[in-house]
Ligand binder design. Structure first.
Ligand code: SAM
Ligand code: SF4
Length: 512
């Protein structure tokens, strides 16, 4: 591996020159074309514009028909999503919100899964106009984590805070490509630490947010146990995409990016997470295109996105795009996107991160989102340098976080709303991924595992990390969930109870 540089300006220039070869290796035209047979593209801008233009506003009967389809856990057609986008009537919006929450309960039960981001590197050969990590941004201090540093971050994340699942984030750079990603994943899984009360704990699932990769590289990540492979399209609108991502960069190739999941599914990485970066272009178009993307994966592979994220533009160092874009959205629009996403792709998990304010995230919980992060630090080496402080340093992080609540505060806040926090990582370890998880989600079978694993993993966290006050807040939630399992899942209950009691007696990592 080349030595990495500490001087940000020269790093960006030196590695950008190296990037010409990198770009040649990374964009394999044949691995784009095979997913766009006959040149037909699943993101059809004219069709999306027509669907939006033709959708009637506030057609109650039609909207109710569409909601019935969502309740049946069927992905909506673009024109159906368009009809939901056009709703402004408060009563109809209320029906949509009730339906969204009911769907979330049916598919994922009453739980929110917690995770944390871990930024591995901010070296990047691309020049995305809105991102603090872009090459040439002299305000950014460049670094990548060594494996020792990865372990130090895990000491805090798993050992002090109690996280069990991560989203590992990487800039796109020859020094931090597939080999580095694989090495960091292996390092995280191998590192077991002690909680303050002496339990052996570790990270059980590493999801990855990284650049699109060729099929061969994705197979390597599959082998080392990647969880969800997350790639955000940023904007599905070609003209906007071209303006924000220079054509001479790897990321400048729209089709290489938009076919990233097709390659992943072909490589056996069958747990994928998509998202548009809201604020770059018209949110209605982005939401429609996200649904078209999901539908094409379902059509070609019978597998849709396990998660849809809703990143939104945040202020970042060295760029005014996040503050001057004409497409920035307000909180109410953001929440509406969460709601319509839940209804449009009813089986998917929805992630809302600490980019959003506490109030807005709390509202989204009521619209059926499924995953949140907490105690997050997105500075490179931020967890070990600042321990549990909610400290932010603009020159070594990508953007600035809005919700700085700790994991413990989040768990307590959710418990006060009778929502159980889950640290479940069972799905992929039991082989419930890809087509198997799709079926389980659509038929409501996965929800019962969600419920059981939420109880077992929250029990672990309470015993290993919680203050007495948080324990007291969560005990009634756990008791209620156990009682519901006894009533609604009587066949499972004896084994659940046995696992639960073993966890209370100090055993760890028991799951369904
Ligand atoms: N480098 C890889 C890539 O671009 O796909 C992955 C890592 S990149 C750090 C992760 C995501 O951060 C990007 O896909 C983009 O959506 C998001 N992002 C970049 N700049 C942002 C900003 N100013 N505000 C919010 N999100 C941003
Ligand atoms: Fe690099 Fe990703 Fe940031 Fe673009 S969004 S500059 S590819 S880290």
């Amino acid at each position: 591996m080349k030595p990495h540089c500490t001087d940000c300006a020269s790093c960006a220039i030196r590695h950008f020159e190296d990037a010409a070869d990198y770009r040649k290796r990374f964009i394999v035209q044949e691995q784009i074309d095979r997913y766009l047979p006959g040149g037909a593209h699943f993101i059809d801008e004219a069709a999306i514009a027509a669907a939006l233009g033709n959708a009637p506003a506030n057609d109650t009967a039609r909207v109710r028909d569409i909601l019935a389809k969502s309740r049946a856990i069927e992905t909506l057609l673009p024109e159906e999503t368009a009809a939901l986008i056009q709703v402004t009537d408060p009563d109809l919006l209320g029906e949509m919100a009730d339906t969204a929450l009911a769907i979330k309960k049916a598919v994922y039960d009453n739980r929110i899964v917690m995770f944390a981001p871990l930024y591995m590197s901010n070296l990047c050969v691309n020049r995305c106009a809105y991102c603090g990590f872009r090459a040439g941004n002299a305000e950014q201090k460049r670094r990548l984590l060594s494996m020792d540093e990865v372990r130090q971050e895990i000491d805090v994340l798993a050992g002090a805070i109690g996280h069990k699942r991560l989203i590992a984030v990487y800039g796109e750079h020859p020094d931090t490509s597939t080999d580095y990603i694989a090495e960091t994943i292996r390092t995280v899984y191998a590192h077991q630490v002690k909680s303050p009360r002496g339990a052996i704990v570790g990270i059980r699932r590493v999801n990855v947010n990284a650049a699109p990769l060729p099929i061969e590289d994705l197979r390597v990540l599959k082998q080392v146990g990647i969880g969800t492979y997350q790639v955000f399209q940023e904007t599905y609108h070609r003209e906007t995409y071209a303006r924000l991502h220079p054509a001479d960069t790897v990321k400048g190739n729209y089709d290489w990016r938009v076919t990233a999941f097709h390659r992943a599914l072909e490589a056996g990485v069958d747990d994928i997470g998509m998202g548009a970066l809201y604020g770059l272009y018209d949110w209605r178009f982005e939401l429609m295109a996200t649904v078209c993307h999901a539908r094409d994966l379902e059509r070609q592979f019978n597998i849709g996105p396990h998660t849809i994220s809703m990143p939104r533009l945040e202020p970042a160092s060295g760029t005014d795009v996040p503050t001057t874009s004409p497409y920035l959205i307000d909180d109410a629009t953001f929440q509406r996107i969460a709601l319509i996403t839940r209804l449009s792709v009813p089986y998917t998990g929805i992630i809302v991160t600490c980019r959003e304010s506490p109030a807005s995230r709390d509202t989204c919980v009521g619209y059926g989102i499924t995953q949140m992060d907490a105690s997050s630090n997105i500075a490179i080496k931020g967890y070990s340098d600042f321990a549990s402080e909610q400290h932010q340093e603009k020159d070594r992080q990508q953007f600035v976080l809005s919700d700085t609540r700790t994991l413990e505060q989040m768990i307590a806040a959710l418990a006060q709303r009778d929502i159980i926090t889950s640290f479940c990582t069972a799905g992929y370890r039991c082989g419930r991924t890809g087509g198997c998880i799709m079926d389980a989600l659509k038929t409501g079978k996965e929800g019962k595992f969600c419920k059981i694993n939420a109880v077992l993993t929250l029990r672990e966290w309470l015993d290993d990390f919680a203050s007495p006050a948080t324990q007291a807040l969560c005990e009634p939630v756990i008791s209620r969930e156990l009682a519901e399992i006894e009533t609604n899942l009587p066949k499972f209950y004896p084994t659940v109870r046995e696992h639960y009691d073993r966890i209370c007696n100090g055993e760890r990592d028991l799951f369904f």
